[in-house]
Design a protein around this ligand. Structure first.
Ligand SMILES: *Cc1c(COP(=O)(O)O)cnc(C)c1O
Length: 353
């Protein structure tokens, strides 16, 4: 595939402090994009990262027709660059596009562009363990039109950003509070789609939670306000008496690639996994009975994020003494070891560039 490429004359890499990377702050020198118009994808391009021209009536700004993805490139101990399950992200991306009435993208336009972009910005992949090049593919509607209808034109883009650990706390456990009066998504809505609207819905409740001293919101279902859903940027898992329990994919939660990987890995190890509905009451009761051993979130950004505390109504439980548990640690170690090429990858998850 031919990609029209215009490289920057002046790299910004010297301006970046690679020893103190924060999530999503710095961007590599280039961006990849492909426009869709007249019912077809136009010529793919790589250009210097920079501002774009747009009209005030850009339909995405008004009606939110957009989809994004998130994955990472790792510099391995063998000097090779690895992507973790980019095929899964592509599959989910296209599913999201269908729900959002956005034209889907071929594997070639997705992957060849990503590969070339990483190639031209290869120096931007941090070498330090735990750091990586975060890859953000996204698409948005570009019609210059204010009527409510599906857009005719789109821009698909990939930008990349060198990142350190997602949470400043690192693998330190986070504090969650249940969603209370707020709802993120309901079945039939957009909860299973990686679209900005889900984040727009979650920002205000997230701010309320932060003011109360919590890291994130633990979303309960939008109808009965009882069943655990996810954490908004992560899926969630509970280790109860040696079994991993996680809510099923029934349309209101995001089908995480990390969630899928953790389930496969745990089963591979012989750890029982149950994808089933679980209520907040069960979680609180099992925490008090002592059978709730660990709770952790799963997502590309943090991989595994241990949960140390859950607040529900006026009740707060502490999990594993507020410290990371052995299952969370083992899953984190195993997945990151595959990503950095330190251990064999029995599932063939990593694509080496
Ligand atoms: C992206 C995302 C996740 C995690 O998915 P991964 O593929 O594991 O990164 C979980 N929940 C929501 C709402 C998300 O947007």
């Amino acid at each position: 595939m031919k990609i029209k490429t215009r490289l920057t004359k002046k790299s910004k890499i010297k301006e970046v402090d690679f020893d103190n990377l924060e999530f999503g702050v710095d961007f590599s020198d280039h961006m990849y994009y492909v426009d869709f118009a007249d019912g077809a994808w136009k010529e793919p391009r790589i250009e210097p990262y920079g501002p774009m021209k747009m009209y005030p009536a850009l339909s995405t700004l008004h009606y939110g027709q957009a989809v994004f993805e998130g994955l990472k490139a790792f510099l391995g101990v063998d000097g090779k660059v690895r992507l973790f399950r980019p095929d899964k992200n592509h599959e989910r991306y296209n599913m999201s596009c269908e729900r959002m009435c956005i034209p889907t993208l071929s594997w070639e336009l997705w992957f060849e562009g990503m590969k070339k972009l990483i190639e031209v910005d290869r120096e931007w992949i941090p070498g330090k363990r735990g750091c990586s090049l975060y890859i953000r593919p996204f698409i948005f509607a570009t019609d210059n039109f204010l009527g409510v209808r599906v857009s005719y034109t789109y821009r698909f883009m990939i930008i990349t950003s060198p990142v350190g650990a997602y949470y400043k706390e690192g693998l330190n456990p986070v504090k969650l509070i249940t969603s209370g009066e707020f709802v993120r998504a309901v079945r039939g809505g957009l909860g299973a789609v990686k679209t900005p609207a889900n984040y727009a819905a979650s920002l205000y409740p997230g701010e309320v939670a932060k003011k109360k001293g919590f890291t994130q919101v633990l979303w309960l279902d939008g109808i009965e306000n009882r069943y655990i859903e996810e954490v908004g940027t992560m899926n969630i898992m509970f280790v109860i008496d040696g079994t991993i329990v996680t809510p099923p994919l029934e349309g209101s939660i995001l089908p995480g690639v990390t969630r899928n990987s953790v389930i496969s890995l745990a089963k591979h190890w012989g750890v029982p996994v149950e994808e089933r509905k679980i209520t907040i009451d069960e979680v609180m009761a099992e925490a008090k009975s002592g059978r709730l051993q660990e709770v952790f979130g799963t997502g590309t950004a943090a991989v595994i994020s241990p949960v140390g505390w859950i607040q529900h109504n006026d009740d707060m439980v502490t999990i594993h003494s507020g410290e990371i548990g052995p299952m969370s640690q083992k899953l984190y170690d195993e997945i990151t070891a595959m990503q950095y090429g330190e251990k064999p990858d029995p599932f063939g998850w990593c694509i080496t560039l």
